[in-house]
Design a protein around this ligand. Structure first.
Ligand code: HEC
Ligand code: HEC
Length: 325
């Protein structure tokens, strides 16, 4: 934050300096100095002012998101909550928050001790490091209250009130209150594992600039209370499955595909293919990672998440994907 603040101050000083030069040139006696100097310094002033404005906007968005206080919450941690949290966390969070394996990617297995630099791993390291947290009680979360942890999952706001680059864009911001509490209960029940790796969000000034320009999409607004649709094999619940299963994060909010963005490649609309399959074919595709045509999913499609879903949740997902959005 300090470095970004200094860059912002330097930019403002440079903008003022260039503006002053432009004024000086305009007041010059010789005409060519007036025109060339005024135009050159004027354009430079405009360019610097634009960069300073976007950087400043990104700065405010990241460090002063103006969100409401963390809720006053105590999660009971019943066996039912822990079991539900186990299911949800092992479908989604584990894909990023598991310890880093030999190949530099999250292993997808316990412990959830974090340390994966997602920005670097996914090819957008130029906006700074974004490193998944240790989610076991052996890490930073031991110092978070249940309400503060709830606010991270619901709105991507850290304990100290900053907007987190990745977590604020996650599908977990749409989980019901009950499921969010179940996740907290489960994380608190894990055996503590320590990890000395650096974790957290270190967005640099380039990231702030892009953020200020709105290139990362709109982060979730804090919604105080969310209910899930009734559990069952319905399109409505299937959409909720696509939420906690993280499908909508990649395939677009209506699961009709997502265009390429500054930080990710385009993702196709899965509905035509799924609509051409029977429920049995869909379930077997999602459990094996191989489509009915015999083609396996590439690594960019994390079918392993779906492979851990219950039969009923896969059936609901199928119903949702074969129903017009
Ligand atoms: C796509 C990868 C990804 C997934 C999936 C994911 N996270 Fe994260 N998480 C991150 C990254 C990266 C950070 C580092 C902060 C940032 O940049 O947002 C992080 C940070 C956190 C933090 C620390 C926040 C802080 O205050 O510093 C918590 C808590 C957390 N995640 C919980 C979860 C939970 C619970 C889930 C599942 C519901 C989850 N995450 C799913 C990538 C992910
Ligand atoms: C990290 C991003 C990501 C997530 C999360 C994700 N997908 Fe995908 N998915 C992709 C990409 C990329 C492809 C295209 C792969 C290719 O090139 O064949 C794809 C392809 C598919 C296809 C095949 C489409 C076709 O016509 O070949 C289906 C079906 C599908 N995804 C369903 C799902 C479901 C269901 C979920 C949630 C359980 C999900 N995806 C989660 C990125 C993702």
């Amino acid at each position: 934050m300090l470095v970004n603040f200094l860059i912002l101050v330097i930019l403002l000083v440079l903008t003022i300096g260039a503006g002053w030069l432009a004024l000086r040139a305009l007041r010059a006696k010789r005409l060519w100095v007036k025109i060339a100097g005024g135009l050159g310094a004027g354009l430079l002033t405009l360019a610097l002012a634009g960069v300073a404005f976007l950087g400043g906007k990104g700065f405010v968005l990241a460090y002063f998101p103006g969100e409401q206080a963390a809720p006053d919450l105590r999660v009971a941690g019943t066996p039912e909550q822990i079991a539900r949290g186990d299911y949800l966390v092992n479908l989604s969070c584990i894909g990023c928050h598991s310890a880093v394996g030999q190949d530099g990617n999250p292993s997808g297995e316990h412990p959830l001790s974090g340390g994966w630099n997602m920005a670097e791993g996914e090819g957008f390291g130029f906006i700074g490091a974004m490193i998944a947290e240790n989610l076991t009680p052996g890490g930073k979360l031991a110092t978070y209250s249940d309400g503060e942890l709830f606010r991270v999952i619901r709105a991507g706001i850290s304990k100290d009130g900053r907007r987190l680059g990745i977590m604020g864009l996650m599908a977990s911001t749409e989980l019901s209150d009950e499921d969010t509490q179940a996740i907290i209960a489960y994380l608190r029940s894990l055996p503590p594992v320590e990890n000395s790796a650096r974790t957290g969000d270190y967005m640099n000034f380039v990231g702030l600039l892009m953020n200020g320009a709105g290139m990362f999409g709109t982060p979730a607004k804090y919604v105080a209370s969310i209910d899930a649709p009734p559990q069952g094999v319905s399109a409505a619940y299937g959409k909720y499955v696509a939420t906690f299963g993280d499908c909508r994060g990649c395939h677009g909010s209506d699961m009709t595909g997502a265009p390429a963005s500054s930080v990710s490649a385009a993702v196709p609309n899965p509905r035509p293919l799924v609509s051409s399959m029977t429920l049995e074919q869909f379930v077997s595709t999602m459990r094996s990672g191989v489509k009915p045509s015999g083609d396996p999913f590439p690594v960019t499609m994390p079918w392993q998440n779906a492979s851990k879903m219950t039969d009923d949740d896969l059936a609901a997902l199928y119903t949702y994907l074969t129903t017009q959005p």
